[in-house]
Design a protein around this ligand. Sequence first.
Ligand code: FMN
Length: 506
Amino acid sequence: MRTQLRSDTSLLEFWEATRLSDDARYPDQAEPTAGTDEAIRAALAGVLGHGCGQRVGTVLAKGGTFVQARTTPSAGALYPFEVLVGLSDGERCVSYLYEVDSGQLNSFSSAPPVPLAELVAQAGLADVEPAPVRAVITLVARPWTSMAKYGRRGYLYTYLDIGHAATNLALAARAAGLEAAIHLRFRRQWLAHALGLAGTCREPQAVVTITAPEETSTDRPAADPPADGDGVVTPVWRDRRQARLEPPGDPERRNFEALRDISLAYAPAAVARPGRIVSVTEPPPPADVSADVVLRRPGSVPGDHAALAVLRQSAKGFLPAAVSLDQLAGLLEGLDGQLAADFAESAPAGVGVRVVARAVTGLTPGAYAWSARRYALQPAGGGPVEEEDVLATCQRQDGLRHAGALVLLHTPLRSLLREQGRAGLAEVHFHAAHVAQRMCVNAARERVGITCVGGFDEAHAARLGRLPRGGEAIYLLAVGVADPAARKVDRDPVAYSHGRKAAGLI
Ligand SMILES: Cc1cc2nc3c(=O)[nH]c(=O)nc-3n(C[C@H](O)[C@H](O)[C@H](O)COP(=O)(O)O)c2cc1C
């Protein structure tokens, strides 16, 4: 979604925009705010571009219109979030709004006039890495963007969308030689006020803090900004251009108010537990290990996140063909990879990974629990899986009919909500999105078609996947041989099946 920009100097901007040289298009680019660290700005622009920026191509969005494609998936291509970036100018924190659609980082004047370290401390962004924080990336949900189409379920999609983006930003940062930590247990209300978001129907859902390890000290000369042309648009810093957020209308206000009992924005922050998280839980050990299907671990996995981020995309449909067992093995690679985060509980948290094989060469159809530790699929029962099972599970989304496998990310949600309340809801959806994003990147490497699916029937999914008692699928991925000729249609019936009966409802 394009955020509205206003400027006092529209004539000047028009003039600048009509000139042909790059210097003329971005005249302020050469004059960064005094004191800002050029090296970190250059590195961060690349991280933002690869983490959640534009990639080549367009995708179908609301009302049958096409929008610029991005490096992370989004339910209905609605991207119901905004990205605020805080940096230090030497004395205080300066903020930018990352306008993904225009590839610009525009100065955002609502930022608090405090040093970056103070913002980090006041917002309760726990120390996860030993080095000082160099940048704070706040992923701000605008729930109405998704809820206007998907009703209440749309709020969960904001968690998933933001989870994909936060994960991908962390992976892109690591690929660029920086460290990133994910924060979900911070003082949301404080940060919302500090960033000038109060009354805008937006909530900071996740923060990614960026640190630079000693050996990649940014005291060295500024690195060249990552080149465009690798398929991702590297955003441009614009210090003199002021961005403002689109103000909410009445339906959005009413909708936001109705989230009071669900949103973490209105609850005290859970106690931060800095450490490393793994988002995949291990299934209980099987009674008969000999029945396991042990997969071949991919040899040396190229860790070129930058190249893969560009290639990631959703399959719009699948061909009636099988995927290979090695492709499935590649898809499941590294799902237990760690991320630095502030919700590293001592008890294992995360989601179970259940594979429902329909057409995978060399694998008997049925349900399997994935053990990342043993790199093995544990048979969980079930027999042949029909196209009809896929359709019934995926809200009759016809493009998914020929999926060779469904991957269910599941958890005993009701007991988790009883024990952990809203924080549990937010964190388990982050875990699901973390696993899903790694699968999306793997799929790009393995050239397997993949579609993240939010529109699925939980009861069918639980039966098909033979989920353990109390287990519920909270996210689903369809996997298969992508049909390059397939075209997506804007499926309002799916949106309606999520509870939307008339416009303006939550
Ligand atoms: C939370 C979530 C739910 C989604 N649900 C569906 C779905 O039910 N059906 C579908 O075909 N695609 C679904 N998608 C994929 C989006 O349609 C896709 O990401 C979007 O169109 C952008 O295209 P791209 O992934 O190729 O960039 C979902 C994506 C996300 C992140």
